[in-house]
Design a protein around this ligand. Structure first.
Ligand code: PAF
Length: 283
């Protein structure tokens, strides 16, 4: 596996690969890799000739008082994991390389970036859209893989690609969960042991909702109420949002209707903020 730190070198390599007819797959990450990331790398490996994993803790997507400084970083471990999962090139720029002195251009996807995560983390998606577009311009991928875990981020990236006519295919990898149901996330390491236990309420509430919808329940109010009850059993837990949206528009729905429903939630357990979601087919 080749380690590349400079933008110019990465662009040169990508250009050469393209001229050789190679299909490039990219997986943008902030490092602290876990099995979820590795499944994205494996998917890219199946879909492309050369797999580029990018590793950059992007400062512009963290708000004031968020965890930028303490975000887990372990490059040596990430190198081993990335290579093991099939990465050919690990792109690891530093902050100056990505945002040199005088940097001043940002990408703003309108509307959907203001709600849910965007409402609780103002400016977050502006940072995400900007860095993703920059990473696409640097690694020149044919295909890029993102996780369903960050459902709103995924929706915004798909919109960015569509609105700006970016010539890259977006592939989606399903959420990976621990045996107790907790969705894998780099931030899970922040959880104290009692919080880790209570955090399982997120996936339990989502699974409950899925079972109710599959059994024919169509009332948002009833299903949401039952989910809130499950989450309450894990108190103290602060629910930032628990919302039922149409996955094709990310608009909140008043009733559960075909063809599918996305339930997204964000909670705080102590100092840790967790998000999770489930995509449910509605017959
Ligand atoms: O999902 C992430 O890890 C980040 O938001 C991303 C897409 C790598 C951009 O920094």
């Amino acid at each position: 596996m080749q380690i590349v730190r400079s933008v110019q070198e990465m662009q040169g390599i990508a250009e050469r690969l393209r001229s050789e007819g190679k299909r490039i797959g990219v997986i943008p990450t902030m490092g602290s890799l876990h099995q979820g990331h590795l499944s994205l790398i494996e998917l890219a490996h199946r879909e492309s000739d050369v797999v580029v994993t990018t590793l950059f803790v992007n400062p512009t997507q963290f708000g004031e008082g968020e965890d930028f400084e303490r975000y887990p970083r372990d490059l040596d471990r990430d190198k081993v994991l990335a290579q093991g999962a099939g990465t050919d090139i690990l792109f690891v720029p530093d902050a100056n390389e990505m945002y040199p002195e005088g940097y001043g251009t940002f990408v703003s996807v309108e509307g959907v970036t203001e709600i849910l995560e965007g409402a609780f983390r103002p400016g977050h998606f502006r940072g995400v859209a900007t860095i993703v577009l920059k990473l696409f311009n640097i690694t020149k991928p044919h295909v890029a893989v993102f996780g369903q875990k960050d459902a709103q981020q995924l929706f915004i990236i798909q919109k960015l690609v569509g609105d700006l006519n970016l010539d890259v295919q977006i592939r989606v990898a399903p959420i990976l969960r621990d045996v107790d149901g907790l969705a894998l996330s780099s931030r899970n390491v922040y959880l104290k042991s009692d919080e880790r236990l209570r955090a399982t309420a997120l996936s339990r509430s989502l699974k409950h909702a899925e079972a109710r919808v599959r059994a024919g329940e169509r009332s948002v109010v009833r299903v949401k109420g039952e989910m809130q009850e499950i989450l309450r059993q894990a108190d103290p837990m602060k629910i930032d949002y628990l919302t039922f949206v149409d996955p094709s528009s990310f608009r909140e729905v008043a009733a559960i209707e075909p063809p599918s429903l996305l339930i997204a939630l964000a909670v705080r357990l102590g100092a840790t903020r967790l998000i999770d979601n489930i995509l449910i087919p509605v017959p």
